[in-house]
Design a protein around this ligand. Structure first.
Ligand code: ADP
Ligand code: MG
Length: 260
């Protein structure tokens, strides 16, 4: 692939347990091209979230150990120190999780939470940041955006909260969005809306997306390419079309048989 946005090479992530290191992600390699969506799919416990946390270096490094390479923006993220990593995380990679409140502070108005990111990472002054916050909320299709800046996260519905989280992720102008089961906690009708939103934002913003899900139905909706994970390893990766029409691995076929 020419100039991938993210290139993970032979990633191993291990956790220490009773003095031993247990590998949870094993020899995992994948890359994501510009404007591409790669789905990471597999059953619960297969190592999808640990992979995402490894890319962002969000695991506690007293308990977790990495090897391999994670190339992003011309650097190997595994070689960066904590301060350098902090700036990458806030700047060029956005992340959204299953539970929106993971990313939101319940006691801060959402306007404050969005403008903080804009001031810290994009150097905006107060007035500019406020205007940009409105623009971002409109971008994620939150009605009456201006008036909602003064509300707290808990006054939003689950789907609206996830939209706010997406707006915050976009605030750092990401080249890469990592979405870890972003619709799993939502009602089915709301899930479809959030998927459609992520797809259209990806086109508008030209971002690359690492989309983590256990649901092949969601994979079919969003992904250009798909990597199937099982017990910490990649069992298969191909275009989503090939994964659905010519699955090579028994585990992939088992996942597909669960799709209604
Ligand atoms: P998935 O997201 O695919 O459901 P995870 O990546 O969360 O799975 O977990 C993969 C495996 O790693 C699981 O067996 C889980 O118990 C283990 N694991 C996750 N986080 C930790 C941790 N902080 N310490 C030890 N083991 C962990
Ligand atoms: Mg997970």
């Amino acid at each position: 692939m020419h100039n991938p946005v993210l290139q993970v090479e032979s990633l191993n992530t291990a956790f220490s347990s009773d003095g031993e290191w247990l590998n949870v992600v094993r020899d995992l390699s994948f890359s994501i091209g510009p404007k591409e969506t790669l789905a990471l799919v597999g059953e619960s416990g297969s190592g999808k979230s640990v992979t995402a946390m490894s890319v962002m270096r969000l695991l506690d490094e007293k308990q977790a150990r990495y090897s391999g390479k994670i190339q992003f923006g011309g650097q190997d993220l595994l070689s960066l120190n904590a301060r350098q990593m902090q700036s990458i995380r806030g700047n060029r990679i956005g992340m959204i999780f299953q539970e929106p409140m993971t990313s939101l502070n319940p006691v801060l108005k959402i306007g404050v939470q969005i403008t903080e990111v804009l001031k810290r990472h994009r150097g905006m002054d107060d007035a500019t940041a406020r205007a940009e916050a409105v623009r971002l909320l409109e971008k994620v299709r939150i009605p009456a955006a201006t008036s909602r800046l003064n509300e707290y996260p808990l006054s939003f519905s689950g789907g609206m909260r996830q939209r706010v989280v997406i707006a915050i992720a976009l605030a750092c102008n990401p080249r890469l969005l990592i979405a870890d089961e972003p619709t799993t906690a939502l009602d089915v009708t709301i899930q479809a809306q959030i998927l459609a939103l992520i797809k259209s934002l990806q086109e508008e913003e030209g971002m690359s997306v690492l989309f983590i899900t256990h649901d092949m139905g969601v994979v079919a909706e969003v992904a250009d390419r798909t990597l199937v994970m099982h017990r910490g390893e990649a069992v298969e990766q191909a275009s989503t079309r090939e994964i659905f029409h010519l699955p090579q691995h028994a585990y992939t076929r088992a996942l597909l048989s669960a799709v209604p």
